[in-house]
Design a protein around this ligand. Structure first.
Ligand code: ADP
Ligand code: MG
Length: 508
């Protein structure tokens, strides 16, 4: 077999963890090869090894059959390997062309004539691969999807033959994802080979020829995508059977615990985001606020949790209006929050895992006594949660939150919030960016809270999640609730129409 890339028995360690443990990856010329694995499985590490960013402790790399020592990204470039990182590395006030030639011609860079001929070449490549990028645009003026194409152009400009994409769709809209898939297919038609990192099985089914699976740093196997089901790939990835259906019995809702009345909230630009909104949530049910992004759901959740101030209206929690309460007061009253932006509102990234676990309770017994923090208690509290919620990290309680994978960061927040057993648990997009194993786990926890007699208020943009997890669905459109339906009496079509603004029961 003709492999363009062979990574053989690669081992790469970080303090306390083997991120890659004897991993082998063989990529054929002209294929789209998916690299699948849960958050933290070691995908980015393996590709960083291939791109010369990390040096492995063990293993060899062959490019077109020849062993090479890829000591840095320049060597990778010379071997024809290019990489689009999860976070783009573009200079925002430079043009597309300037970004593309950056670092290529150190001595006479940016002379007019160089730029003009470079722009011409960029235009040519862009047209050839259907990228539609204007070489003269400034990066700050173009969309994230376009910026990604600039990264692709950057690889092609350097004549890369093997293109690595690290979770390229995470930042894209559904339309942009479709376009990227078409671009990728065009690239392999022209003889390029692609390694596509993702944990989204649907995307693999859409474009990939073969798929290699990593789990906890180990190589599990490689399959032909056409003849393998999504369920089979999920099982390889997670190590057990994964159910895409959420198992739950009927809900047993009790008396209203959260009652929102005529709520008005403005967005960060001072425009009305939530308009005269009223809503009720009961213990023993999962109520989901569903809608297309940007219809006021974020502001609604922030108003309930205290992150945003309210213009007018009331938020009754157990009968008393909490609108004037601080975040801390609401927390102590029994409102738990899994925030939409886990980096901004969920974790302190420079803190250790155990400090993050104690964020909501460090001032209370047993974590503090007479106002003094008890380090052993903080450690024990964290160790127990890590065990219970299977939070994986390099150094346990001492791990810095920043170094943890997204899925495990999210598990840590959920552990902290669920452990306090709040009467109302608010979960805003709790599974965004997570892999199927973590998603299944989080859904189970939400249902368990419900069955435990707690109220769950879910905010989600994912149709599947909305339909599978909720008991009742409140559809939000332009800041208003346009209808509340029972999850088992509706379907994707009806929800889609309501999310686009048509009120339930009205035809127009
Ligand atoms: N620079 C680093 N320092 C310490 N640990 C790291 C570093 N990079 C990754 N890790 C750890 O290595 C493991 C694999 O990470 P990564 O390759 O990023 O996974 P994936 O891309 O599959 O989500 C994770 O446990 C992660 O926390
Ligand atoms: Mg990664």
């Amino acid at each position: 077999m003709d492999y363009v890339i062979e990574m053989l028995n690669i081992t790469k360690e970080f303090p306390g963890i083997k991120a890659n443990d004897d991993v082998t990856l063989q990529v054929e010329k002209g294929e789209i090869h998916a690299l699948l694995g849960e958050n933290g499985a070691g995908k980015s590490t393996l590709m960083s090894v291939l791109f010369g960013l990390y040096h492995p402790e063990k293993g060899i790399i062959k490019v077109r059959g020849e062993e090479v020592d890829i000591i840095n990204p320049n060597v990778a470039n010379k071997c024809g390997i290019g990489m689009v990182h999860q976070h783009f590395k573009l200079v925002h006030n430079f043009t597309v062309t300037e970004n593309i030639i950056l670092g290529m011609e150190p001595t006479k860079s940016f002379r007019r004539i160089d730029i003009d001929s470079a722009a011409e070449k960029v235009k040519e490549i862009s047209e050839r691969y259907g990228l539609s990028v204007d070489p003269h645009s400034k990066i700050e003026d173009i969309t994230v999807g376009m910026q990604q194409r600039v990264e692709i152009l950057k690889m092609l400009y350097r004549n890369a033959e093997i293109l690595i994409f690290d979770e390229p769709t995470a930042v894209l809209t559904p339309q942009e994802i479709k376009e990227l898939m078409i671009i990728m297919k065009g690239l392999v038609k022209e003889g390029k080979s692609i390694i596509l990192i993702t944990h989204k099985l649907k995307e693999i089914k859409m474009v990939a020829d073969r798929c290699s699976v990593l789990r906890r740093g180990r190589y599990i196997g490689t399959v032909d995508v056409e003849s393998t089901t999504e369920e089979q790939m999920a099982e390889m990835m997670v190590g057990r059977e994964v159910s895409f259906e959420v198992e739950k019995g009927p809900s047993e809702p009790q008396d209203v615990i959260l009652r929102i009345e005529n709520l008005n909230v403005k967005n960060s630009r001072g425009l009305p985001a939530v308009k005269n909104l009223s809503l009720e949530v009961r213990p023993g049910e999962i109520l989901c606020v569903a809608g297309i992004d940007g219809n006021g759901q974020t502001e609604l959740i922030q108003a309930i949790t205290g992150l945003t101030k309210v213009e007018s209206g009331s938020i009754f929690f157990e009968g008393t209006d909490v609108v004037k309460d601080s975040i801390r007061e609401r927390t102590l009253k029994g409102i738990g929050h899994i925030p939409e932006d886990r980096h901004k509102h969920g974790l302190v990234l420079d803190f250790s895992l155990e400090e993050n676990m104690a964020l909501q309770s460090y001032f209370q017994e047993p974590l503090a006594k007479k106002g003094l923090i008890q380090p052993e208690a903080v450690r024990e509290h964290s160790d127990i949660l890590i065990e219970q919620f299977d939070i994986r990290s390099g150094q346990g309680s001492e791990t810095s939150a920043r170094s943890m994978s997204g899925g495990n960061q999210q598990k840590a927040i959920i552990a902290r919030e669920v452990e306090r057993s709040p009467k109302l648990l608010i979960a805003a997009q709790p599974t965004r960016g997570l892999d199927v194993g973590a998603i299944e786990y989080i859904h189970k926890r939400l249902v368990a809270e419900r069955d435990n007699g707690k109220a769950v208020l879910l905010m989600s943009l994912e149709m599947e999640e909305v339909l599978n997890v909720s008991d009742r669905i409140a559809i939000i459109y332009e800041g208003e609730i346009v209808g509340v339906v029972d999850a088992d009496k509706t379907d994707e079509n009806e929800l889609g129409l309501m999310m686009a603004g048509s009120k339930k029961g009205t035809v127009n």
